[in-house]
Design a protein around this ligand. Structure first.
Ligand code: ACO
Length: 323
């Protein structure tokens, strides 16, 4: 089996910042409510750019960081809940924008765990020799699938994209990786696609194509999924939590992260947080965080970090990475 390493990261978020104060002019909410319940202060919202555009900008950042030619890419995996279209895949649209003519491209849907699922698929392709250089992107324009009259959801999410380049390598960078799903909890976090409409439909099952969430159930799920993710990637490794420099969690909600830090007795400064500035960008939160950390010089070669995602599906996953 080949070794796999992350050799570059990139991210992009729309320039338009929307503060909690601005949201309080649209729906009945307040900065105090949003900040105290979630930790979110502001988010980026696109003024027209779609998911492929955000994704391509993040991808070009990662390509530059990795110092590769787009033609070296033989696989592009794009994780999203908010694709431009059912077909073509958003990965194919990105391929055309960045000029990665030699890549096979597809999207995957695993909501907020999507980047980790994508990382897992990419890792398996490289390990087995089916691919050598892979672009994994998490990209979302969630603002187009939000109900902007529903204060319980529209304040939580934002738009953005992050990307990583994985390459076959001498040394191993993906030390262990874990994913899981629980379809029994599907109803807790949903965004329906188009409803079934044809001349033969006898019953109307129409649902609106916006995100709905049972916040309490998602909270319950998340505070179980995160400790599981940490345990799973550490258990077959020679490392303990003390060897881990940073935990990079899916940036959904500060209360979830604080709850888990307390439960596992981990100093909360070990968790990298940027949700105050971006809100929840679903599949994009982790690669955006990785890019920010890399640019800020927080990650040095040899550092061990754990990334953890959880989200609609329900889905969850984690990876132990040596930078
Ligand atoms: N502003 C003001 N009031 C609000 C808002 C808002 N934006 N949203 C809800 N409320 C009100 C409700 O209407 C309710 O009022 P009522 O008591 O008069 O009926 C009250 O606040 C409490 O509502 P709850 O839903 O019980 O609020 P809760 O304390 O559970 O907090 C939250 C909601 C923050 C979503 C919480 O359930 C949570 O943290 N859930 C975790 C899920 C999560 O973070 N999801 C993010 C995306 S999912 C993912 O990434 C996997």
């Amino acid at each position: 089996m080949n070794n796999v390493k992350i050799i570059g990261v990139g991210s992009y978020a729309p320039e338009r910042v929307v503060t909690n104060f601005e949201l309080s002019e649209i729906v009945d909410t307040s900065d105090e409510w949003i900040s105290s319940r979630t930790g979110i202060k502001e988010r980026r919202i696109t003024e027209g750019e779609n998911t492929s555009s955000l994704a391509a900008k993040a991808a070009l950042g990662a390509i530059k960081d990795a110092k590769i030619d787009p033609l070296e890419l033989d696989l592009i995996i794009l994780a999203t809940t908010s694709p431009d279209s059912f077909t073509p895949s958003t990965a194919c649209l990105v391929q055309a924008i960045i000029g990665a003519d030699n890549a096979t491209c597809f999207d995957i849907g695993a909501a907020c765990s999507g980047f980790i699922y994508g990382l897992n698929v990419a890792t398996q392709f490289i390990k087995t020799g089916a691919a050598k250089t892979v672009l994994v992107i998490g990209a979302e324009v969630l603002s187009k699938i939000l109900d902007w009259e529903d204060r319980s959801t529209c304040v939580l999410f934002g738009d953005g994209a992050g990307a990583a380049i994985l390459k076959r390598s001498e040394t191993n960078g993906i030390l262990s990786i874990f994913t899981g799903s629980d379809g029994k909890g599907a109803e807790f976090l949903e965004c329906p696609a188009v409803s079934v409409k044809n001349p033969f439909v006898t019953k109307n099952h129409e649902k609106t194509e916006v995100i709905s969430m049972n916040g309490k159930e998602v909270f319950r799920f998340a505070v179980k999924a995160m400790p599981t993710g940490i345990e799973e990637v550490l258990k077959d490794s020679p490392y303990t939590i003390d060897d881990i420099k940073y935990i990079v969690p899916h940036q959904a909600n500060m209360r979830i992260i604080e709850h888990v830090a307390k439960k596992l007795n981990i100093d909360s400064s070990k968790f990298f947080i940027n949700l105050d500035r971006y809100g929840n960008t679903s599949a994009a939160t982790i690669p955006i965080a990785l890019d920010e950390m890399s640019k800020a010089g927080l990650l040095e070669s040899g550092d061990k970090i754990i990334i953890i995602g959880f989200g609609g599906g329900l889905t969850f996953g984690s990876a132990l990475i040596e930078w």
